[in-house]
Write a protein that binds this ligand. Structure first.
Ligand SMILES: CC(C)(COP(=O)(O)OP(=O)(O)OC[C@H]1O[C@@H](n2cnc3c(N)ncnc32)[C@H](O)[C@@H]1OP(=O)(O)O)[C@@H](O)C(=O)NCCC(=O)NCCS
Length: 174
């Protein structure tokens, strides 16, 4: 799997009042609007936590992702994964619901940096509150390709939802 490149000029932190997100444009209007309008409210209501990517000392947001807790029906997992899980009706996972990089920065490694941060944060959290995988909802086929580049596996239904087992993520960071 690619990943773990050093990009020291970037910092990733929880979205706060100090961050300027008004000019953020990633090429997907729903994602831009989410960051500008909805992200703060979702964080306050504790339905999704947003982390933002900034560069150096600058507080302008150049990327973001959201994490939430998720329950996945046992029947949704591919057979080779399900057979290793206890037969509970649902199992816990971590949802990487949204991820985006500002257009001006796309293709320069920032998306990988942000994804590695999300995986690292998810793995660390899973040591306190268990989670069997990070699940992503890709917004289109290009996003599916981005995540499969990092070894995410599509669910059978819907195939636009993919997962990476926490055991695999642990091998990246442990
Ligand atoms: C998808 C997105 C987050 C990727 O970020 P990025 O900064 O452009 O990606 P990077 O430059 O870090 O690319 C990292 C690696 O992924 C690969 N990659 C990037 N986009 C890819 C794609 N669509 N399909 C396959 N591989 C892709 C790159 O080639 C690179 O691989 P390499 O290091 O082996 O050469 C960004 O393009 C984006 O914000 N798109 C719009 C919103 C979106 O689609 N979000 C996704 C989920 S909802």
């Amino acid at each position: 799997m690619p990943g773990k490149k050093e990009e020291t000029r970037y910092r990733v932190e929880a979205l706060g009042k100090q961050h300027n997100r008004s000019g953020f444009t990633c090429g997907s209007e729903p994602l831009d609007t989410y960051l500008r309008v909805q992200a703060g409210q979702d964080a306050r209501k504790r339905v999704a936590a947003t982390c933002v990517l900034c560069e150096g000392e600058n507080n302008t947001v150049i990327g973001f992702y959201t994490l939430s807790a998720l329950s996945v029906d046992i029947g949704a997992w591919p057979e080779h994964v399900a057979k290793k899980l206890p037969r509970y009706p649902v199992v816990p996972a971590t949802l990487l619901g949204r991820q985006a990089i500002d257009r001006q920065l796309q293709g320069k490694g920032a998306g990988e940096h942000l994804l590695m941060d999300a995986l690292h944060r998810s793995w660390q959290a899973s040591r306190q509150v268990a989670s069997v995988a990070v699940v992503v909802d890709a917004k289109d086929s290009r996003a599916v390709e981005f995540y499969t580049h990092y070894d995410f596996t599509p669910f059978v239904d819907p195939p636009i939802r993919l997962f990476l087992p926490m055991s695999v993520i642990e091998q990246l960071f442990a």
